[in-house]
Structures are given as C-alpha cells and as structure tokens.
Design a protein around this ligand. Structure first.
Ligand code: SF4
Length: 223
C-alpha cells in the first residue's frame, strides 16, 4: 500500500515552538508508555480546548467570531491530521455510526482522497472539494472527534471565508490566529514525536490517511 499523501513536503514544515516541542515530547512519552493512540488524541483535544478557553480572556479575537452552525465554507480544503487523531475518528465511526452510513462515509472519504491526490494545498482549495464528513445542513458529521485544525479554524468574516474556500481566492480568509497557531504546533509536535518514536511521518491529509486506515482495517476484516 502506498503511503497516504501529505499536504506539505517534509522540508516545508515550519519549526516547532515551545508548544510544539512539548507536544513532541508528550507524544514520545505516550508511545513509550504504550498509551492507546486514541487517548493521545483525546489529550490533544483537551489541551487545545483549554488553550482556546484561556485565549478567550487573555488574547480574544480582534472581532466577534463569525462561525456558527451551518456555516461550512472552511470545510472545503485539505486538513492535516496526526495518526492519533485518525485513530480516534476511525474508532468513533466504527462505534457510533450505523454500518450502512459508515460504508457511505468510507466511500466518500476514498472519493475525496482520489480527487485530491497530487494537488497542492492551494490547488486543493481552489478545487473547493467538500470534506467527506460535511453534511447537507453544513454540520460536521464527526463533530465530537473532528481534527484539531478544524476545531481551531475560527474566523471573523464569513464572506471572506466563502471567497477563500469556494470562491477561488485561497489565503484571503480572516481568522483568529492564536488558536490556529496553537493547534498547528500541537499537530506538528505530535507528528515530530511520532516520527522520533516510530520512524514514520506522523502527519497526513485527513482523507488520504483515513482511506489508508480503512484499506488496512477493512482488508484485515475481509481476510
Ligand atoms: S472534519 Fe468536520 S469540521 Fe473538519 S473539514 Fe470535515 S466537515 Fe469540516
């Protein structure tokens, strides 16, 4: 099986700051302790949510957030996830989604992975391919276990999101930067820790990684 695509070349990844270094070290500790990767993902989610709560008083967004139920322009881009996050999502789908709906989602994930293959992040955004988990009403179909970078995608101008993510103007969105920066360091640091512990890269595009996980899990089940 070919390794899943990533959204950036390894050399292009930004350096770790203190948050990233702490996430790297925590990932190595989790691995050496034999912690279930799903628990690592839950730890990361709790850490991000605590940081967003802290920022709300310490460094609030410059304008009121525009994010609300049903607004999903930002769900038309590639999303980087770590292996622990993918593990949590795959397990949640197995446990919480009826078999027929799971089969539909698996097919949708594979379809998006195929349509996105080989695209740069900007090309992927210009293509405006909706996330496989985006529901017709604009809700996230895996809200409870959604990726860190989705949780931290907080914007202050919905029209600029529309233009950036489905209007062919990538990079023009207006966001609350601090949560996104923190989430990115958690992702990069966790990936770096995974790489140190296992030798394999720990960050991949959401659909590419899940498609590979489904191939492995469903292939084993059918063997
Ligand atoms: S996982 Fe959920 S929040 Fe993230 S891009 Fe997909 S639909 Fe949107």
């Amino acid at each position: 099986m070919a390794p899943p695509a990533t959204s950036a070349a390894e050399d292009d990844l930004p350096p770790l700051d203190r948050t990233g270094e702490a996430a790297r070290d925590a990932m190595v500790s989790d691995f050496l302790a034999g912690l279930d990767p799903k628990e690592t993902a839950r730890r990361l989610i709790a850490e991000l949510e605590a940081e967003v709560a802290r920022l709300e008083s310490a460094a609030p967004p410059p304008k009121p957030l525009a994010c609300k139920a049903g607004c999903a322009w930002c769900c038309h881009q590639g999303v980087d996830v770590t292996l622990p996050e993918a593990s949590l999502i795959a397990a949640w789908l197995d446990k919480s989604v009826p078999p027929a709906e799971r089969r539909r989602l698996v097919a949708a994930v594979r379809d998006v992975a195929a349509r996105s293959r080989g695209l740069t992040p900007v090309e992927r955004q210009r293509a405006a391919i909706p996330c496989a988990f985006l529901k017709a009403d604009g809700a996230c179909g895996i809200y409870a276990v959604r990726p860190l970078l989705c949780r931290a995608a907080l914007a202050t101008d919905a029209e600029r999101c529309r233009r950036a993510f489905v209007g062919g103007e990538p990079g023009t969105e207006e966001t609350w930067r601090e949560p996104a920066a923190h989430a990115k360091q958690l992702v990069l640091g966790t990936a770096a820790g995974y790489r140190l512990a296992t030798g394999s890269r720990g960050v991949y595009e959401l659909h590419a990684l899940l498609a590979a996980v489904f191939d492995k899990v469903d292939g084993a089940a059918g063997a």
